[in-house]
Design a protein around this ligand. Structure first.
Ligand code: OFO
Length: 176
């Protein structure tokens, strides 16, 4: 099958979106690392890797349907952030935007009666649901820890634990 130009263009925009998310989370990881928050940095590095994988999945799909994937020019993400709380709030907001964008792609695929793309996008729908849930957990834990004197220490420990759990789950689910 051959993909329509419009769908191809929309998927290429998604490639750029996922690519930007990967760079944004990498920049956040560096900022955390610089602040001595290794757990947060590792968590964000893994998120960054995941976003790159999301981007590459679309490359592969476009090649399968005789489309052409464009390597995006990526604008530089912010380098500095105010607080670690702000970092994770931004990640959550960014994920919500990605979800909206995926939903729009599904609507377009439906309107075009492009069943293959609809089915391909199902994976992203599930992934976004999981990502948003994970980020809500992060924000809830950060909220519970509060901003007492040792809060950064505990937030970092918590993020390290969440990262290890997510990595173990990903390893267990590999190939599934
Ligand atoms: Fe790929 O946007 Fe997050 O998960």
């Amino acid at each position: 099958m051959m993909i329509s130009k419009k769908m191809e263009e929309a998927l290429n925009q998604q490639i750029a979106f996922e690519g930007y998310a990967s760079f944004l989370y990498l920049s956040m990881a560096t900022w955390c690392d610089h602040k001595g928050l290794q757990g947060c940095a590792k968590f964000l590095q893994r998120q960054s890797d995941e976003e790159r994988m999301h981007m590459l999945k679309i490359f592969e799909y476009l090649s399968d349907v005789d489309g052409f994937a464009l390597t995006p020019g990526i604008k530089e993400p912010p380098r500095k952030f105010k607080t670690v709380q702000e970092v994770f709030k931004s990640v959550y907001e960014h994920e919500q935007k990605v979800t909206q964008s995926i939903n729009k792609l599904v609507t377009l695929a439906k309107n075009e009666e492009d069943h293959a793309t609809q089915s391909f996008l199902q994976w992203y729908i599930n992934e976004q649901r999981e990502e948003e849930a994970l980020m809500r957990t992060v924000l809830d834990r950060i909220g519970l820890i509060g901003d007492g004197p040792q809060s950064l220490y505990f937030i970092d420990k918590e993020l390290d634990a969440l990262n290890q759990a997510a990595a173990a789950e990903a390893a267990g689910g590999a190939g599934a």
